[in-house]
Design a protein around this ligand. Structure first.
Ligand SMILES: Nc1nc2c(c(=O)[nH]1)N[C@H]1C(S)=C(S)[C@@H](COP(=O)(O)O)O[C@H]1N2
Ligand SMILES: [Mo]
Length: 311
């Protein structure tokens, strides 16, 4: 991997987000050598363009959510259903070696070692909002690879209309899987055009360092215009399909969670409003934006679709 494991980083190098932001400018000047976690190998232009303008997906008026909150308030039911459980229960989770099976309607199906799957690509920084269906949100500097770049190498066939992502099934390591809270393993999916959209990422890090286990190490989906549950974590299988996959949350509660799960303040969850959200670490609630604020980039994907029906 391009990024050092968190456990290999001396605690003196673990910086709070203010230092991180200053360091981003500094990195722009030097590019090399700083104690910054292998960031010399991340692609910097997008990162630098983000300063002061609103580049792709960069909410210039949004403050980054502190690292400590992003990594201590999580949804990852494989490690427990309360927000503190994943940070506590995922510490020993083994994410190397890691194999991703690619199968279905694809020209290059295989079991790929993670490093082989990712090697030709360089993670780049993308600052995206994440909006959970439960009403909280965060602003996160991800390190990721556009899913599109990976898919292009795998060469799906013309029959592939959907992509399904499956999380590891391992009750030994994932204590949450010993209870049937969900139909394990966790499954998520996208329509092919959503998967190929340039905003869609496979994230391998955040805040310039390797993805913490509780955030979905070693690789997870990030689809910024959809509710957080579309971001399947710790992925072991990518299946290209003709038909729409049955995703875990739609399977568990079909009236509450649809396949699309686009952030939409006008379509409420049956049990609560989706009009507002609370940023982690902030007190006041703010208005939720259509497509989580990414409408200009993605609204065209849903032209002519009734978003109340296809929620
Ligand atoms: N495998 C798996 N992936 C998952 C979940 C989960 O329970 N299991 N929870 C989802 C939900 S509901 C959200 S909001 C995001 C949370 O990501 P974060 O903990 O990194 O903020 O992960 C998503 N991915
Ligand atoms: Mo969520």
């Amino acid at each position: 991997m391009l990024i050092r494991k968190r456990s290999e980083i001396p605690s003196s190098e673990i910086t709070p987000e203010k230092t991180y932001i200053d360091r981003r400018k500094f990195i722009g000047a030097t590019l090399a050598g700083v104690g910054a976690v292998a960031v010399g190998r991340t692609r910097l232009p997008s990162l630098l363009a983000a300063e002061g303008d609103s580049g792709v997906g960069f909410p210039a008026d949004d403050e980054l959510t502190p690292y400590e909150l992003i990594t201590s308030y999580n949804n990852f039911y494989e490690f427990g259903t309360s927000k503190e459980d994943p940070a506590r229960n995922a510490q020993e989770f083994v994410t190397r070696p890691w194999t991703v099976r690619v199968e279905g309607e694809v020209s290059r199906p295989a079991d790929y070692d993670l490093d082989d799957l990712l090697r030709p690509h360089t993670p780049e920084e993308r600052i995206y909002r994440l909006r959970c269906v439960e009403g909280w949100s965060a602003v996160i500097p991800w390190l990721g690879i556009p899913l599109r770049d990976i898919i292009e190498r795998l060469q799906p066939t013309s029959n592939a209309r959907f992509v399904e992502f499956t999380t590891l099934l391992d009750p030994e390591q994932m204590p949450g899987q010993r209870r049937r809270v969900l139909n394990w393993p966790y499954v998520e999916g996208l329509r092919m055009d959503e998967a190929m959209h340039p905003l869609t990422l496979i994230a391998v890090g955040l805040y310039g360092r390797e993805l913490p286990n509780q955030n979905g190490a070693p690789l997870r989906l990030v689809v910024p215009w959809k509710y957080g549950f579309k971001s399947g974590k710790s992925i072991v299988k990518i299946r290209f399909r003709r038909n729409m996959p049955l995703t875990s949350w739609a399977d568990a509660a079909p009236r509450e969670y649809g396949f699309y799960a686009n952030v939409n303040p006008e379509v409420d969850h049956p049990r609560w409003s989706q009009a507002r959200e609370r940023r982690l670490g902030k007190f006041l609630r703010i208005r939720t934006q259509m497509f989580n604020g990414y409408g200009e980039e993605v609204a065209h994907l849903y032209n002519g679709m009734d978003l109340r029906r296809w929620f």
